[in-house]
Design a protein around this ligand. Structure first.
Ligand SMILES: *[C@@H]1O[C@H](CO)[C@@H](O)[C@H](O)[C@H]1NC(C)=O
Ligand SMILES: *[C@@H]1O[C@H](CO)[C@@H](O)[C@H](O)[C@H]1NC(C)=O
Length: 269
């Protein structure tokens, strides 16, 4: 038994493959570069049976394969997006190890795994790449609902990957409702919050923030809110807002519902 372990250790030392340097650009801004190269430098003591493979999304999809002395192949999402004649060296056992992508689109965002194997050994490494698209539109709307409440809405369009939105009022993050959808492969997101005007200082900074964490991208919109609108100190009559009517009806509806529920309970028992 022990000699077997020793033998396999010896074999591994003799026939080893080691990825020494993996180079994948972490973040690429869409439209800025015509091409990107994913490289995977390796050392192998014995190149018999050498195969270089690249996988997309955690070894699930084979996207590039090179078995020297054959020509490399691009498959799946990289089909027709790779320059297959690209060489990183003149060495017949390393020249096509890298993937030279000539169509850099956001859909290629993901984790890439390089697997180098020979008959006796194998090594692999994984790196993420994000191709991000900056927003086409970023807006903030301040909407005074009435004397007491201010609605703040932030919207962003055309971003990739998924953005995160936040609203800050006077440096304090607000609890906000968000919705997000995908239109033509880009994210459109909206977030909104309602703040109590009476609790705000006379002048306060309102900030809409957008982050795309995997792209280390941050963008913001800033506006100043003035609590007291000019000339509002007209006293006297208290208008009955149509809202209060709604409140009454919804309250009475609730009362009716609870009466119905309690009578149902009575019937049940
Ligand atoms: C490489 O490995 C193959 C198969 O294991 C073997 O036949 C060959 O002799 C080895 N070559 C060298 C240079 O070690
Ligand atoms: C890479 O994989 C990790 C872990 O599964 C994941 O959190 C990350 O978002 C992936 N990166 C990209 C760019 O998809």
């Amino acid at each position: 038994m022990w000699w077997l372990v020793k033998l396999s250790i010896v074999l591994q030392c003799v026939h080893s493959v080691r990825i020494t340097n993996m180079r994948v650009p972490e973040v690429v801004q869409y439209g800025v570069k015509d091409s990107v190269t994913l490289d995977c430098e390796f050392e192998a003591d014995n190149v018999t049976g050498l195969v270089v493979k690249w996988f997309y999304t955690d070894r699930l999809q084979l996207v590039y394969q090179w078995i020297p002395p054959h020509k490399p192949q691009a498959l799946g999402i990289l089909r027709n997006r790779v320059d297959l004649s690209h060489k990183v060296s003149d060495n017949p056992y390393t020249q096509h190890r890298a993937v030279h992508i000539t169509s850099v689109v956001p859909e290629l965002t993901g984790n890439y795994t390089c697997v180098v194997s020979t008959f006796m050994a194998e090594d692999e490494k994984t790196s993420p790449m994000t191709i991000f698209v900056t927003e086409t539109k970023f807006d903030m709307i301040q909407d005074r609902l009435n004397d007491k409440f201010l609605n703040i809405i932030c919207s962003v369009e055309g971003v990739y990957p998924k953005p995160e939105l936040g609203i800050l009022v006077g440096n304090r993050p607000q609890r906000a409702k968000s919705s997000i959808k995908v239109i033509d492969g880009r994210y459109t997101a909206l977030t909104s919050t309602v703040v109590n005007i009476e609790r705000l200082p006379p002048t306060v900074e309102i900030l809409c923030e957008m982050m795309v964490p995997s792209a280390n991208y941050y963008s913001k919109k800033r506006e100043v809110f003035y609590r007291d609108p000019p000339a509002t100190d007209i006293p006297s009559f208290e208008p009955v807002s149509p809202d209060s009517g709604h409140h009454i009806t919804s309250t009475s509806a609730l009362v009716i519902i609870s009466i119905v529920i309690s009578s149902l309970r009575l019937h049940a028992t």
